[in-house]
Design a binder for this molecule. Structure first.
Ligand code: ADP
Ligand code: 5RP
Length: 425
């Protein structure tokens, strides 16, 4: 029986889900890791695979990996990581953003302090010009680097991860402005870009041996965590236009399947290409906010979260109006690297405080979907939820009251299932 493995690298953890040809989950494993330490990426990757039963591992036909978007790492030609990764919410200095604005077209989506291209400009600042080919350096996204660890082909990405680097998902090429920049900065090689789910290469023999994987196990091009979450929630490759998914993990990411791309760097709005079996090329229009579960973890353990939620009446709106960020800066619907968290006034009752946090994040989610609609995204017909926050019925009721959008039960709430569907395809 053939099995297909999806591996999700989120902010706070790694999940692997093995499915069979009927898309049924046959096993799921988890591992902790530190998103800022690439060595833990490698350990966690091997850990979540090794935890699978021997029978499953020996029948894995293909593997797909999703990672956090705009998390980038610089490697040399041997795949050695040259410096700690810059993660998706890291902000580049204002003077570097000025450089980005001089290179990219006005209001391009890379004209954001958190874009992968802004991080490339930051990294390129202290790279000596390459005199020999062996000094070539490679900019990789998190999913690209993890895929390299398995297939051994350096410099391969996908058009979801490469979007915030500046890759054009309509023309399926790097735009001239970026190719010109790369020609003037030969020390850094941009990754080759494939469609998600495209076969990249077979697993390296020594890795196959170490992990008891088949010698012909194929590693396919991956995606980003919230695109994988979209696929997981709808559970197929043919969702209706107007299907929306909120990925409620450490962050909050909104996506609406639309018939046209909408991009607006003022608000941190961008569109991922989505190949639909019936409609052809569609677009996942959305944005990623830094509000989400990470800020809840700053104040409450999962146990406290559960106990305090039992004391909240979700039908009564909280009067508290927060902007609950884990640190300064947001990307969407307010794209402002200097936006400070608003977490006052702090009530004495922790249940009241939690109610205010959940209600405020639900209001921001509703503002986000209203902004997407106002800027031309297809109207939302039904809304799924993925990620850890999807497990919270009180939050779901609060969100339902603020959103006024028909909410559907997700097929699967783990992004790793979406990655497994890519491996199956
Ligand atoms: N029942 C819950 N209610 C609210 N938030 C939750 C709940 N369970 C988990 N979370 C939050 O979800 C996040 C983890 O979800 P996950 O999808 O694994 O996120 P990520 O991959 O982005 O780290 C944590 O920040 C945690 O606070
Ligand atoms: O918030 C994030 C981490 O979970 C990422 O930014 C998220 O992946 C959103 O980016 P994209 O829409 O490109 O997937």
């Amino acid at each position: 029986m053939d099995h297909f493995l999806g591996i999700d690298f989120g902010t706070s953890g790694v999940r692997a889900i093995a499915i069979n040809c009927d898309r049924k989950i046959i096993d799921m494993t988890r591992a902790d890791y530190d998103i800022r330490d690439c060595q833990t990426w490698q350990f966690a990757l091997q850990d979540v695979i090794s935890q699978l039963s021997l029978e499953i591992r020996q029948n894995i036909k293909s593997i797909a990996i999703d990672g956090t978007s705009a998390t980038v790492v610089l490697c040399d030609r041997n795949g050695t990581v040259m410096k700690p990764p810059m993660i998706y919410s890291d902000i580049c200095a204002a003077e570097l953003l000025d450089q980005v604005n001089q290179i990219a077209p006005p209001q391009h989506i890379v004209c954001s302090a958190t874009s992968s291209f802004a991080k490339l400009i930051a990294i390129a600042q202290d790279i000596k010009p390459a005199t020999e080919t062996d000094q070539k350096l490679y900019l990789l996204h998190q999913a690209d680097y993890l895929g390299y660890l398995l297939h051994g082909n350096l410099g391969i990405s996908d058009y979801h991860n490469a979007l915030k680097l500046g890759y054009d998902p309509i023309l399926l090429t790097y735009p001239d402005w970026l190719q010109n920049w790369a020609a003037q900065n030969p020390a850094v090689t941009l990754p080759k870009v494939l469609a998600p789910s495209t076969p990249v290469g077979m697993i390296q023999p020594e890795i196959a041996h170490k992990l008891d994987l088949p010698k012909d196990c194929m590693i396919v091009a991956g995606t980003t965590d919230s695109n994988a979450a979209f696929l997981a929630s709808v559970g197929c490759a043919a969702p209706a236009i107007g299907t929306a998914v909120t990925s409620l993990g450490s962050t909050m990411v909104l996506k609406v399947l639309s018939d046209r791309p909408i991009n607006d760097s003022r608000y941190g709005i961008y569109s991922h290409r989505f190949e639909h079996p019936q409609h052809g090329c569609l677009w996942l229009v959305g944005g990623a906010s830094n509000v989400g579960g990470a800020v809840l973890r700053q104040f409450f353990s999962d146990q406290q979260l559960s106990e305090l939620c039992d004391r909240i009446n979700p039908e009564i709106p909280s009067p508290l109006d927060y902007y609950p960020l884990p640190k300064t800066g947001d990307r969407f619907p307010i794209n402002d690297p200097h936006l400070t968290p608003r977490l006052e006034p702090r009530p004495n009752d922790p249940a009241e405080f939690l109610h205010g946090l959940l209600e405020s994040m639900a209001r921001i989610e509703a503002q986000g979907y209203a902004l997407l609609r106002d800027l031309g995204a297809s109207p939302v017909q039904q809304l799924y939820t993925a990620g850890g926050g999807a497990n919270n019925p009180v939050w779901t009721k609060i969100r339902n009251r603020n959103l006024q959008i028909p909410m559907a039960k997700s097929s699967q709430m783990e992004a790793a299932y979406g990655a497994a569907l890519l491996a199956l395809n």
